[in-house]
Design a protein around this ligand. Structure first.
Ligand SMILES: *Cc1c(COP(=O)(O)O)cnc(C)c1O
Length: 423
């Protein structure tokens, strides 16, 4: 596709966009009365306009029904989490019994590692990415310590080669081979939060399973962004948050996946609570735990309905579209952003190094740009001009034009504001 850096071109793309009707289903933040160029859907997705309706329904049902809302609410609260499974399963390529909306991302990672990090003898290593998101690093290190290890002895990191930004697949595969029967668990972010690199989850999963390890993926930046097929890839577990690409609001209820081959095992080490207990006998208050024969066995508590209602609203919008539609637009938008950045860099003699892979198998919506010779000052000017992006030390701007609410004109306007800021 050939691009042009002009308003006319951008508007024409927007007119031809099959998803153009969706932008209007979101609230776009404004600055001084003008719509911002919002490029941080990878950090906090925007509010779908239908969210208020969903929360109000629950408030009304609570007001009018009290405890009876557990059975008679519009969406009864007792099985409330079940209203999410079909939509979530579609997004991660799972069977509905393999996913559950619950908890928060870091909480869920801990719960899953209780089940899937089971060091035995020399098989005690965890392989993760270097400079993983800090919460993941803390979670892994503290899990290691809970098993009596010094974290540095068992947590093995794989990073980019000297002078590179991207972790090479061949290096991950070589590290898996090298660790072999010492590898207990591989846990990596499916999409790297800093560079936007998408890992080849299928191949890496197969390699780690081959040496006998459990495999879990942190899908924080993958969920609602790139293609994921957890069931077919034979992934053991995964977890995600929903306030990024899933637009479910700050601190929204997260979710997890457990492959069906691990379901129904009462002997599996697991932190248990009553909502993980078999549904039929839950209210007979039995004293022995019988796990649900699904990912719901990892649930501890009854559903936080108000924290989940926005997610149900957002999933409606995802359900109205297909992955192929979203992906096609994501590629076009992000390629257009790449084009505009390259044009402006040329025109202004600037050095913007896109550290996200340029190849489409290895990226989603996000572009991470290293601003050589420019710094925080340029970023602050952009923010003041109404570009909402994300700054990471030492010198990186992360931007993620997302298919449901970003437009080609957003990218054009970003270009204009960038040129202004460079002056
Ligand atoms: C966003 C993000 C988190 C955030 O964790 P919470 O438990 O939701 O606060 C954790 N890990 C990764 C990789 C992330 O991108």
């Amino acid at each position: 596709m050939t691009f042009e850096y002009s308003q006319e071109f951008a508007q024409k793309q927007d007119e031809q966009d099959p998803l153009k009707g969706f932008r209007n289903k979101f609230f776009i933040p404004t600055l001084n009365g003008e719509e911002t160029v919002y490029l941080t859907g990878n950090s906090l997705g925007l509010q779908p306009k239908n969210v208020e309706k969903y929360i109000k329904e629950e408030l009304e049902d609570w007001k009018n029904l009290g405890v009876e809302g557990h059975f008679h609410a519009t969406r009864p609260w007792m099985p409330y989490h079940e209203f999410f499974t079909e939509s979530l399963a579609k997004l991660v390529g799972a069977n509905p019994t393999e996913v559950v909306a619950m908890g928060s991302l870091t909480n869920n990672l801990h719960l899953l590692m209780v089940s899937f990090y089971r060091p035995a003898g020399k098989r005690n290593k965890i392989l993760c990415e270097a400079k993983a998101f800090p919460s993941d690093q803390y979670a892994l290190a503290s899990q290691a310590r809970c098993h009596g290890f010094n974290a540095d002895d068992v947590v093995v990191e794989i990073g980019p080669r000297e002078g590179e930004h991207i972790i090479r697949k061949e290096d991950v595969l070589a590290k898996i081979e090298e660790l072999g029967d010492e590898l207990a668990l591989l846990m990596i972010g499916g999409v790297n939060y800093y560079t936007g690199q998408v890992h080849d989850m299928k191949t890496i999963t197969a390699a780690a399973k081959k040496v006998g390890a459990f495999v879990g993926w942190d899908l924080a930046h993958a969920m609602g962004n790139v293609e994921v097929n957890l069931h077919d890839w034979d992934v053991d577990f995964a977890a995600w948050c929903t306030y990024k690409y899933l637009n479910s609001g700050p601190g929204a209820t997260a979710g997890l996946f457990v492959h069906e081959k691990h379901h129904g095992d009462a002997n599996m080490p697991r932190f248990e609570g009553w909502w993980g207990h078999e549904k039929e006998s839950r209210f007979k208050m039995p004293d022995k735990f019988v796990p649900m024969n699904s990912a719901e066995a990892w649930q501890l508590s009854n559903a936080p309905v108000f924290a989940m209602a926005p997610q149900r609203a957002s999933l409606d919008l995802f359900d109205e579209t297909t992955f192929a539609q979203r992906r096609e637009k994501a590629i076009k938008l992000s390629s257009y952003l790449e084009f505009v950045l390259d044009e402006i860099a040329k025109k202004n003699n600037a050095n913007f190094e896109i550290i996200t892979p340029r190849n489409w198998d290895e990226r989603g919506s996000q572009l991470s740009v290293f601003l050589h010779g420019q710094g925080r000052e340029l970023f602050d000017k952009l923010m003041a001009a109404g570009v909402i992006a994300d700054w990471r030390e030492p010198n990186v701007i992360r931007m993620a034009p997302v298919p449901l609410y970003n437009s080609f004109e957003d990218i054009y306007r970003f270009g204009q504001k960038l040129e202004e800021a460079l002056k």
